[in-house]
Design a protein around this ligand. Structure first.
Ligand SMILES: Cc1cc2nc3c(=O)[nH]c(=O)nc-3n(C[C@H](O)[C@H](O)[C@H](O)COP(=O)(O)OP(=O)(O)OC[C@H]3O[C@@H](n4cnc5c(N)ncnc54)[C@H](O)[C@@H]3O)c2cc1C
Length: 442
């Protein structure tokens, strides 16, 4: 990801550089103010290209998801491209402001203007573009800070994040109005037109709430079971069938909920019009939902998303699954699918599976997991942290003679996932065989 983001920034900078009129670089070498002007323009262009990439990554496009390995991954790219854009924008702003401060402080001689009229050369549009850029630049930096500071509640982040589409339109106006006229018929000018069209289109799609619009399904909560441990098992009947792979997730918004939330689909009737979710009260919205949801309530589903779908990269003869807490949900779907497949097709291509499930004995989902594992021929190891201590990769791999020939699928708490992934890396095992759903999107 770092390489791609750096590569995109360097490519944008190179396009800008090759588009400069002849002799510009020589002038830069001789004149600080010329250098400052060109550096300001180039950094602005790089930040703008990164911002367009951020906008596109926010659209939940299926080809982007496919390329990046799932929506959770696409959001990680979105986040880091956004941080890179904000950092480059800060550099752009400093290039503009710092020399002015130095002039005010008497540390730098102001540029010599050939004509008094040159001072007035900025049209009203350009002045407006300057002011717009400055104001919305501050707004954008504020929004990025809200997005990365996890102490700020998720709901505030979600609400404020929606403003980005508007901010982008203001930044697009600032950028287009301030591109020097002589650059429009160069590669930088063409790139500017293309990225602006893409970015504006992405903003309009976001502003009109059309992100994921083609994958939305309406329905009702048709069956509901309340389970101990602030958990609900809810089946939704949709107006039309939805097609998904076991392990994928969807955004669900039940009537009365503030937002749509991502939940793994825990059933495996992958082409029917029913989807089942196991939802745990992990925050305000889900706590309210778990406490108040009843049958017949309307729901809107958007999906499916994600590549935690057990479509295997390699042809490893063994799979090791690790689930913690409610992270068991994608495995429930896969188990249900395997149980059916074994009953009907006796598919011999399925690898042997060892399933490590971190759960206490009184867990409401444990019986379902045990029954499905028996039916699917999956070896289950229930791991109770309170009695057995922390689950480590060493303990997990003790039944796997050749870990290099196994794929590990993990879904659960972030801390456990990080620890297992680090240990996997430290053992020199192939990282592409460590498959993981990132249960956090911020
Ligand atoms: C891919 C994926 C699959 C998931 N599958 C399940 C599942 O099968 N069962 C289950 O119980 N939970 C699942 N979760 C977690 C579930 O989405 C969160 O618990 C829920 O969104 C919390 O919302 P809240 O408002 O109650 O909590 P808050 O206290 O508001 O948020 C707690 C955390 O949940 C996340 N979150 C909150 N709102 C959203 C949102 N609208 N979109 C994305 N993330 C959000 C944020 O990381 C936040 O920090 C899944 C999460 C992801 C990303």
């Amino acid at each position: 990801m770092k390489k791609w983001i750096t590569g995109l920034s360097l490519a944008a900078a190179a396009i800008w550089l090759v588009s400069l009129p002849e002799g510009t670089l020589a002038q830069c070498a001789a004149n600080f103010w010329m250098t400052r002007k060109q550096a300001t323009l180039a950094s602005g262009f790089v930040a703008y290209v990164l911002m367009v990439a951020v906008m596109v990554l926010a659209l939940r496009l299926s080809w982007v998801e496919q390329k990046l390995g799932g929506l959770d991954q696409a959001y990680r790219w979105h986040k880091w491209a956004g941080i890179a854009a904000a950092a480059t924008m800060f550099v752009h702003w400093m290039m503009e402001q710092a020399p002015k401060w130095l002039v005010h402080g008497g540390l730098l001689t102001p540029p010599v203007r050939k004509h008094a009229a040159e001072k007035m050369a900025s049209s009203d549009w350009m002045l407006l573009a300057h002011t717009t850029g400055e104001i919305f630049g501050y707004v954008m930096l504020f929004l990025v800070a809200v997005a990365v500071l996890k102490k700020i509640p998720y709901q505030w982040f979600r609400r404020s994040h929606k403003l980005f589409a508007l901010v982008f339109l203001a930044v697009a106006f600032h950028s287009v109005a301030l591109v020097p006229a002589n650059l429009w018929l160069t590669p930088a000018g063409v790139a500017m037109v293309v990225v602006t069209l893409i970015g504006v289109l992405a903003s309009v799609v976001a502003l009109f709430g059309k992100i994921g619009g083609a994958r939305r399904y309406r329905g009702t909560a048709s069956a509901l079971q309340r389970l101990p441990g602030e958990l609900i098992d809810v089946t939704c009947t949709l107006e039309k069938p939805v097609s998904y792979l076991p392990g994928q997730f969807a955004f669900a918004r039940f009537e009365g909920m503030k937002d749509a939330h991502p939940f793994s689909i825990s059933s495996a009737n992958t082409i029917g019009n029913k989807v089942r979710f196991c939802i745990k009260a992990l925050g305000d919205d889900t706590r309210r939902l778990v406490g108040t949801l009843c049958e017949g309530v309307a729901v809107e589903i958007e999906g499916p998303y994600g590549r935690f779908n057990f479509v295997r990269g390699g042809k490893t003869p063994k799979e090791v699954w690790v689930a913690g807490g409610v992270g068991v949900t994608p495995f429930l779907a896969r188990l249900e699918h395997l149980a059916r497949t074994q009953e009907t097709l006796e598919d011999k291509t399925i690898p042997a599976v060892e399933f490590y499930y971190c759960s206490q004995q009184d867990n409401a989902l444990l019986q379902r997991v045990e029954r499905l594992c028996r039916q699917a021929g999956v070896t289950l190891h229930v791991f109770d942290e309170t009695r057995q201590g922390s689950l480590t990769l060493e303990k997990i791999l003790q039944n796997t003679k050749t870990p290099a020939h196994a794929e590990l699928w993990f879904c659960g708490p972030r801390g456990l996932g990080d620890a297992l992934q680090n240990a996997w890396r430290a053992m020199g095992l192939p990282l592409q065989q460590f498959r993981r759903e990132h249960f956090e999107m911020r």
